[in-house]
Design a protein around this ligand. Sequence first.
Ligand code: NDP
Ligand code: GDR
Length: 356
Amino acid sequence: MASGDGRKVALITGINGQDGSYLAELLLNKGYEVHGIIRRASTFNTSRIDHLHTDPYAHKGGKLYLHYGDMTDSSCLVKIISAVKPTEVYNLAAQSHVKVSFDLSEYTAEVDALGTLRLLDAIRTCGLATYSKFYQASTSELYGDVKEIPQSEETPFNPRSPYACAKLYAYWIVINYRDAYNMFACNGILFNHESPRRGETFVTRKVTREVSKIKLGLSEVLVLGNLNSKRDWGHAKDYVEAMWLMLQQEKPDDFVISTGETHSVKEFVEEAFKHIDEEIVWEGEGINEVGKDKQSGVVRVRVDAKYFRPTDVCFLLGDPTKARAKFGWAPKVSFLELVKEMMEADLALMRRNPMA
Ligand code: NDP
Ligand code: GDR
């Protein structure tokens, strides 16, 4: 199993994603040397980590290095790992949008499934199988259309999208490499986690951005898909701490990370509108089901079938008991605090830059 030798060197794929940016902050503050893989793009794409270059506090004793790479390119992964010799690898890179995975199904499998295999193999190729610890960003989407409530590490998987199928392959290849090559490799089965840094096309951030625009007169209506979907939403900052904790245990294992509370998309929308003190008038398909068909006034939320998925995951509620028992992890930010923080951040953003 992973030997370590006193070095604290982390490699994060997807460092510029929501989670990667919070994890980089956490590890720098713990004195790690942090290496991140970023993709080449035609525009600047390091917006979530730019502050780390200039913030001496975040750097403390550690250092931040960025490498160009891609999960579809084995040779670059081998080169980076052989140069960095990481003691911990966090595989966060993914085509992470479930709806987009129906359009980009093959690419999603390339990055999320085979990309994980490439990274594991790169670690072996570099002779680091029993040296580097490995964290895999697994997901509650693996459960899909689940009958068991709440979902734990023992709940059977039933993936409902190309994204979830790709992540299912990644989940099992991580376990296979753990068993076959004695790797310290863990799956964090993380339920949805959000923050002001959440990508703009995920539902929570889409809601907080649009509701902020409505408040400031920059928009009139929020257009959404399935309002009845329920998610176990936590804060990304809490969840990256769980990633790190998993790799500090004596033995590698797989853990559910969730709040143990579930809310519908509709409830999230209602909380966001409460924040701006505005009544919601709803319109569109499925509104009868949420009991809002007899109303008048300016329409503030419209349901449009173009945001429906060919197959959706309608109910998720995680049981984080194992993580709490093994390493004392518990979420610190509640659902209401999460909505509040995201609303405040987006209101401030839209005031600063109405075109954002
Ligand atoms: P994001 O979409 O915010 O970040 C994904 C990161 O992966 C981005 O930095 C992106 O780069 C990078 N990436 C995408 N494709 C490639 C590629 N081909 N090669 C290299 N890098 C690539 O996701 P989150 O931070 O929200 O999630 C992190 C991980 O956790 C993902 O694997 C996701 O599937 C998983 N997950 C997320 C949950 C959540 O609720 N947030 C819950 C459970 C699992 P770029 O910045 O250039 O786009
Ligand atoms: P999810 O997150 O699919 O759970 O995947 P998302 O926020 O995209 O959707 C949550 C639920 O909201 C419904 N929904 C909408 N979703 C989006 N994006 N846009 C809309 O307009 C909209 N209207 C309703 C969806 O149908 C769905 O039921 C996230 C990602 O971070 C994955 O990478 C991660 O693995 C899982 O969370 C856990």
